[in-house]
Ligand binder design. Sequence first.
Ligand SMILES: Nc1ncnc2c1ncn2[C@@H]1O[C@H](COP(=O)(O)OP(=O)(O)OP(=O)(O)O)[C@@H](O)[C@H]1O
Ligand SMILES: [Mg+2]
Ligand SMILES: [Mg+2]
Length: 729
Amino acid sequence: MGSQGFNGQKNGKRLGITDPISLGGPSEYDVIKTKELEEFLAGAGLYETHEEAIRREEVLGRLDQIVKVWVKKVSRARGLNEQLVQEANAKIFTFGSYRLGVHGPGADIDTLCVGPRHADRDEDFFGELKKMLLETPDVTELHPVPDAHVPVMRFKLYGVSIDLLYARLSLWVIPDDLDISQDSILQNADDKTVRSLNGCRVTDQILSLVPNIQNFRTTLRCMRFWAKRRGVYSNVAGFLGGINWALLVARICQLYPNALPNMLVSRFFRVYTQWRWPNPVMLCAIEEGSLGLQIWDPRKNPKDKFHLMPIITPAYPSMNSSYNVSASTLRIMTEEFKRGHNVCEAMVLNNGSWLELFEPYRFFEAYKNYLQIDIVAECDEDMMNWKGWVESRIRYLVLKIERDTFKLLQCHPHPGDFLDRSNPFHCSYFLGLQRKEGVSVNEAKKFDIRLTVDEFKGNVGSYTSWKPGMDINVTHIKRKDLPAYVFPGGIRPTRLARVSVEERRAPDTSVASSLDAGTSTDVNVVDGPVDDSRKRKREEDDELTAPKLLVNDGLPTNGFSVGVPTVAPEGTNVIAPEGVSVNDLVGRSGAKTEILYQNDEAISGQLVSGETEKLATEKLMSGEYEFVQQLEELEELDGSIQDKNLGGTAKENDMESSAIKEVTSSVPISNNTTGACSGLQVNGSLEELEAFELDVPLPMATHATAAAQRKPIIRFNFTSLAKATGNST
Ligand SMILES: Nc1ncnc2c1ncn2[C@@H]1O[C@H](COP(=O)(O)OP(=O)(O)OP(=O)(O)O)[C@@H](O)[C@H]1O
Ligand SMILES: [Mg+2]
Ligand SMILES: [Mg+2]
């Protein structure tokens, strides 16, 4: 198949803020591999049926009817004359995965209702419309969330999940052909309206900024599925969510405008493996705008400087869509990009497969030590609210632990919760724990993170909608003590293979995978034989290095616990920060390079040579836009930025390997504790924490006074050999 001859432009406008990396079109191989990929995605159940698609359209039609009736009712109640009542209008727009055309069978439809100035949010949208929805028999599970940052009404209409936002415009009449992409639509809009409009405006912009929507969709479907399988799909956990993945994929589509999805997937991994965060990913230039709304600008906004993985939204006001990303989650995602890159490279040599790329990440085999966060509530509604709140706090716990252990301990949050099948009002979250690479047992000495956990629980306990019965428990557990309900089917494998650090991220062709689409939080744990000699060695290692973890102060618990009750520990020690080199001030190239080769060098009709393309990618990475320059300015502005190696490291002629190396060390500089980050590890073996010896469930200490009275103790002692007495749950 020849080149589609796309020159990187759409309607005479260049897409993206740089020229493409390659204008090469697909080869026969790409056509075959793309077909294979599409079949794979279909086989995984990612596409809905034609009937389901029709149903969604009917649902949207019905919703549009409902809001149109609503707005007339509201207009009449406000005393508008009959002519104005007749003209009164409201309109439904869609955004999210449905609008992008990448939704799966069970996905919600994200919708926005745009209404006139006399239909307000509180009284009319969350009042009258809610009342009408409650009275509509086809509406079920109505759950209004008026106090959210982006207020939303959640419900099901004919069984289809709907997220409905509201934008109140300053117009008296909403025309049916209203264009919300104009910035003027934001004039005189309240903050919640601006935020509510944002989802639609961003989605529409994305679709207008990619060269080929169909290729974008297939690639995005693939990347969303991949991210779910690899446990890196979750905004709230500090990974990336739907909009972030869409933006990352869209940028790749701009850089390879004539490529088919198979190549876009492989370039996705290549480019983001080399990406030198915190250079931002942007689909277009950031507009200053005339309305004075705050935009992402690390030169002006101190908070923006600490964003580790900026992925900027393309509609005014441009924002960073991925501010939740932490050093931990960035490290994990970078490792995953690298793994994806390796699998794709191997595929070209006939050594890899799509199956292998989508191999589920085996979270519960990856670590020896976990932190288990259990929550309980008294009824469905309390549980839903309590879960939402706790879930949104967990990434702060990750930050706190890494901060308070001077980054010697690394946390890996598992996205999503696990429901205890024996108790519908109990569920658990998990963090994998490991010692930072290169931190020796001796160096690590002892940790005391009682205060860290206490702080977390205090924070969680400050929930303004707290109700009696909402409780939380934080317990340290070993892998063997993981509750059965975390495993597929609720059945603990008879023997859990320990995945070595290298194995954790490396492709594993020996493991068969069941492609249960949509189970983003499920991890396929495989029960396999463990080599005896390796096992013996492990046990010896455990003996030598067993650290100690104390999870409470010996006080009795209040009866709710999951974990391993053991004896109370001896006194606790607080580790000193000495000797901890937080190597986060390492080199970022300051040079702004000429980007890419000329268009006419791009070989029309065929792929550019691998080496040329690699070089082009590398160039792009090393001189991405004006941002490097911006960073230099930043450094002049802010003495806290201490990039000593600026401009002194790899430049445009460096090979890919050095670019990778740079990616792993090119991180923003911060003296801010929450935004602080360490160097990333990609290569080499990450050492795990070895067996914790003591593991006592925490007393319940969620709320206010309870939290103050029961201080949980978590102590990591890498030298002590106190014997465990734990038994499994
Ligand atoms: N917590 C949030 N903060 C900010 N924006 C959010 C948040 N949750 C959702 N959104 C916005 O709503 C959009 C849709 O979110 P949603 O969770 O429905 O994901 P999605 O991409 O539609 O995937 P799915 O197919 O799983 O629904 C996102 O793309 C984002 O713009
Ligand atoms: Mg959605
Ligand atoms: Mg949604």
